[in-house]
Design a protein around this ligand. Structure first.
Ligand code: NCD
Ligand code: ZN
Length: 362
């Protein structure tokens, strides 16, 4: 050992984890799918893929076809498995959901309150309309994944998650105590507290961006569309609560990137789309947070163990390795040539230095 380093605390430079999963990702379709699928498949063994395509995935046949398009977009030899979800609408039939689940096509159902976010216009207008579907899911043990925000225009956008929990989620869990529910991409201290006091049937995913940024990021020196996503980032105290929850080792919090790519032209426009593209450096981004919180030893549980335990899946075989090696995230990702401008993406952390890098050999 270099004698000058003797006596200094040992900073480990490599970290091996059981291969992780992403429990919430948008892979899109067409040229964008081609551009982003390899990044998710590089780090993750499985991912819960959101169904908010246009038109949304509301049938078993549409999901089967989408799964084939995802597999076709993966690099040769990739072992990545997309876990597909059904998009709940006011009129979707419980029978279709049950059949998709029985055939292994649908892993879960996604609830978007109508108009809550990108491609959510066909979402559910009133939970009473999907009562039969929820009862069937509860019976067969199929998880419900919730975009937890009210959509009432008169409710302040920064309060929409907390109001959803109080008005809709709490009563829903009382009506369906055996239903497995994931409150997705949580952004508030209220959500953290609610998940903690609930039983084992409620869990939450946490994104890398909500661990790194608070709402100031959207307004630093001007309007910054790259930091606009839904649910919108909140005050600093909420970010700190999320960091504490993610790194706490509690089993009800696990990894879900909510990587939501939109072409740069659609983000930087008069009415920019909500969504942050973080898949290219997601694990590196989480590792940074866990290191800052002195919790690198808990990253594996958050990224690779708690999710499978909640879903009742085996953990992945194999490992990935993170190396402590500073690198600068490119300001833009060009996507693939075929997509042209339609796949030009600004990655989360664009132009910033990250301390951890995923080893090329996994
Ligand atoms: C997502 C998208 O673009 O599909 N956008 C986002 O800001 N997260 C939808 C969603 O998950 O809300
Ligand atoms: Zn999402």
């Amino acid at each position: 050992m270099n004698r000058f380093l003797k006596g200094l605390p040992k900073v480990s430079s490599r970290l091996s984890l059981r291969r992780p999963d992403d429990w919430h990702v948008h892979l899109r379709d067409g040229a964008l799918l081609q551009a982003v699928a390899p990044a998710t498949a590089r780090s993750f063994a499985r991912a819960i893929v959101m169904p908010n395509l246009n038109p949304p995935i509301t049938s078993v046949a549409a999901a089967v076809a989408y799964g084939a398009r995802i597999r076709a977009a993966l690099p040769e030899g990739s072992c990545f498995s997309p876990l597909l979800t059904a998009y709940l609408t006011d009129t979707i039939e419980a029978e279709e959901i049950e059949r998709g689940h029985a055939e292994g096509v649908f892993t879960a159902c996604k609830l978007y309150p109508a108009h809550a976010t990108t491609n959510a216009a066909a979402g559910v207008s009133d939970l009473a309309r999907i009562e039969a579907v929820l009862a069937a899911m509860e019976r067969i043990g199929m998880p419900l994944l919730i975009h937890g925000e009210v959509t009432d225009a008169e409710i302040d956008i920064f309060d929409r998650e907390a109001v959803f929990i109080e008005r809709h989620l709490a009563p829903l869990l009382l009506r369906h105590p055996a239903l497995k529910v994931v409150l997705e991409h949580i952004t508030t201290a209220e959500a953290v507290a609610f998940v903690r006091q609930a039983g084992p049937n409620l869990a939450a995913t946490i994104t890398p961006h909500h661990l790194h940024i608070n709402r100031n990021a959207m307004f630093r020196g001007g309007l910054r569309p790259d930091f606009y996503c839904l649910p919108v980032a909140k005050r600093e105290r909420h970010r700190l609560a999320l960091r504490q929850a993610a790194t706490s080792g509690e089993t009800s919090f696990f990894l879900g990137t909510d990587s939501a790519p939109h072409p740069r032209s659609a983000k930087e426009s008069a009415c920019g789309c909500a969504g942050i593209y973080n898949a290219a450096y997601a694990l590196e981004s989480y590792a940074e947070v866990f290191e800052q919180e002195g919790a690198l030893d808990r990253l594996e549980a958050f990224a690779s163990l708690h999710g499978p335990a909640f879903y009742g899946f085996p953990v992945n075989e194999g490992t990935i390795t993170l190396v402590r090696e500073a690198h600068t995230v490119p300001p833009r990702l060009q996507g693939n040539a075929a997509g042209g401008a339609s796949t030009e993406l600004v990655p989360f952390h664009a132009g910033q230095v990250l301390q951890w890098r995923l080893a090329d050999d996994g």
